[in-house]
Design a protein around this ligand. Structure first.
Ligand SMILES: [Zn+2]
Length: 476
């Protein structure tokens, strides 16, 4: 199996990846809180999580991948209350919407997608274990993690407890023994959803869910944990504290964090109000373009969202899919195998094994496309076969090729037309329909067929009516 190097934020170094069990990977990625439509900042988390999953699989690892849904949360409860809806049902609606977005982004499903509301017994059990190990305490129905009792606190974020204690402004919460302590379980306020627990009716704090879900599906020690760099502290630091305090063994060996998406040179967040929903982007451009844009930059690099970046992604997606459609027509006419073509997959694997460098692999793929096109008239049978294998590798390992290239091209062209504001030239269509009618009347079937094809090439579909007239519509 090919060796993979991963930038591990525990050590802040690129290291050779060694899973706990050879050939198997236990992998967790923090999923969305479902109270609204996901935006393009969320999309970076989704597709980077998917990239890691795909690369490991295409390298032959048996991957168990967990990505959760946070369906119990203050924001959900607040939003649902505003709308007069049940919080869990409200969150479930957005789980569905999220899954639709995942489809747009061409993501493959994780092995497990647990929800907080379905993981309560495991969450409660884990909190009990932490209390038993004397790393948490109970005050008036609230359970708090005792941060100073966990000596390794700060090992991921490299924060030391003293500076944390001083850094945090004086807490209003008098229940906390130390200002860095965080909530594992809190009592429900009237009207809020609650679950029964040994500490009374309440609900879990945010961090504990990931620790409990990871343990439920992946065991006590994970190989890889992924999330946004903004989650490193406190969320991931707290996950480590909870899991290690409960299980008395290392929680995760490799921590992978993707960088921010900067929108107009400012970090994109809901509070800035410059949110673009995945749904809006997909409608305007396509999910394939968004996926491409997000993975054409290394996950550890900041991504500046500009019109140029979007335009480049659009053109590259088009170039790739035009090539894929064209490559299906390639015929062997030469005898010598092409070394550059035959070595392309290995070269892309080198890129991807270097800390999931999808940007590098994409560059390799484009070099290959130029080369294959240039040499298309002298390809050997092996080279023709290899070209299709390369396309499949790019599709499987990174998702840069859609499952239906022709449909992708069609939708890109259609969106391009509407983007340019060059609305369909209906006069031109009407003229052709008229010409076709005349051609049919004089039994010139060849010309009539030609016109139908000419219109189809522009996405215009004709319908011949029983009265001899023809109507048209734009294919969607
Ligand atoms: Zn998490």
């Amino acid at each position: 199996m090919k060796e993979i190097k991963i930038h591990n934020n525990l050590s802040r170094k690129k290291e050779t990846f060694v899973p706990v069990k050879p050939g198997k990977v236990n992998y967790y990625s923090c999923g969305p809180t479902t109270y609204d439509f996901a935006h393009i900042g969320n999309a970076r988390a989704f597709v980077v999580g998917d990239l890691i999953h795909r690369v490991l699989k295409s390298f032959g690892y048996e991957v168990t991948f967990v990505r959760n849904y946070t369906d119990v949360d203050d924001k959900i409860i607040e939003r649902a209350r505003e709308l007069g809806k049940d919080a869990i049902e409200f969150a479930a609606l957005f789980v569905k919407e999220c899954e639709t977005d995942f489809g747009f982004l061409g993501m493959i499903p994780p092995t497990h997608t647990p929800k907080v509301s379905e993981t309560m017994p495991e969450i409660i059990k884990m909190i009990e274990d932490i209390i038993r190990n004397k790393k948490a305490y109970v005050v008036e129905g609230e359970v708090l993690f005792d941060v100073p009792s966990f000596a390794d606190y700060g090992k991921l974020s490299k924060k030391d407890l003293d500076s944390l204690q001083h850094g945090i402004r004086v807490e209003v919460d008098k229940k906390k023994r130390n200002s860095a302590d965080f909530v594992l379980w809190k009592p429900a306020k009237p009207g809020e959803p609650f679950w029964d627990s040994p500490w009374g009716q309440g609900r879990p704090g945010w961090h504990i869910e990931c620790s409990a879900m990871a343990k439920k599906f992946l065991g006590e020690t994970l190989d890889i944990h992924h999330g946004g760099v903004d989650l490193m502290f406190p969320h991931h630091e707290n996950e480590i504290a909870q899991s290690e305090a409960a299980n008395n063994c290392p929680f995760c060996n490799n921590w992978v964090h993707h960088e921010f998406l900067n929108f107009g040179s400012e970090k994109m967040s809901k509070s800035l109000g410059n949110v673009v929903r995945i749904r809006d982007f997909v409608e305007k451009y396509s999910g394939q373009v968004l996926r491409h844009l997000l993975l054409s930059v290394h996950y550890r690099a900041r991504l500046e969202w500009t019109d140029e970046v979007v335009q480049r992604a659009l053109e590259e997606v088009k170039r790739i899919h035009e090539f894929v459609v064209e490559a299906e027509t390639y015929k062997a006419t030469g005898t010598a195998d092409d070394a550059e073509i035959m070595g392309c997959i290995e070269k892309m694997k080198d890129d991807l094994s270097n800390d999931f460098n999808s940007a590098g692999a994409l560059g390799t793929f484009f070099t290959f496309i130029r080369h294959a096109r240039h040499n298309r008239d002298s390809l050997s049978q092996n080279s023709v076969t290899e070209i299709l294998k390369i396309v499949n590798f790019v599709r499987d390992s990174m998702g840069f090729v859609s499952s239906d290239p022709e449909a992708t091209l069609l939708s890109l062209r259609k969106n391009e037309q509407s983007l340019e504001g060059s609305d369909i030239d209906s006069q031109w269509i009407e003229n052709l329909i008229e010409e076709r009618k005349t051609a049919k009347a004089s039994k010139n079937w060849a010309r009539a067929d030609e016109i139908r094809k000419e219109l189809a090439a522009k996405n215009i579909v004709l319908k011949d009516n029983p009265d001899g007239s023809s109507t048209w519509k734009v294919q969607s």
